[in-house]
Design a protein around this ligand. Sequence first.
Ligand code: ZN
Length: 115
Amino acid sequence: MATQNTETEQLLRDRLEEVQRRLAELAKAPEPGSGIGFGKRIGDGTSEAISRRNDIGVGNSLLVTEEKLIRALAKLEEGSYGRCDHCGGLIAPGRLEVAPESALCIECAGRAASR
Ligand SMILES: [Zn+2]
């Protein structure tokens, strides 16, 4: 059990690191159109705003993933890993295999998603 938790923790930490690396990259990514411009400001902001919105979308889902990973690590620490945050039921091992950051069982996750 302890070994398995260590492995899971390592996996979660690796993922968290990857997510945070991508978030950092996103944060420092040059804004499209604002870079090495030569005074040309075509359509000032329109396409810029769109791609920025896409960046924000990606960033948001990364942030959500980051939050889940942090929560999963906290659950490992407090010994509630593998249990649903919502109903306290067991999270199916197969689900944890696919998404080790899951803090909700499949029923509660489905309910949350369809809300
Ligand atoms: Zn549940």
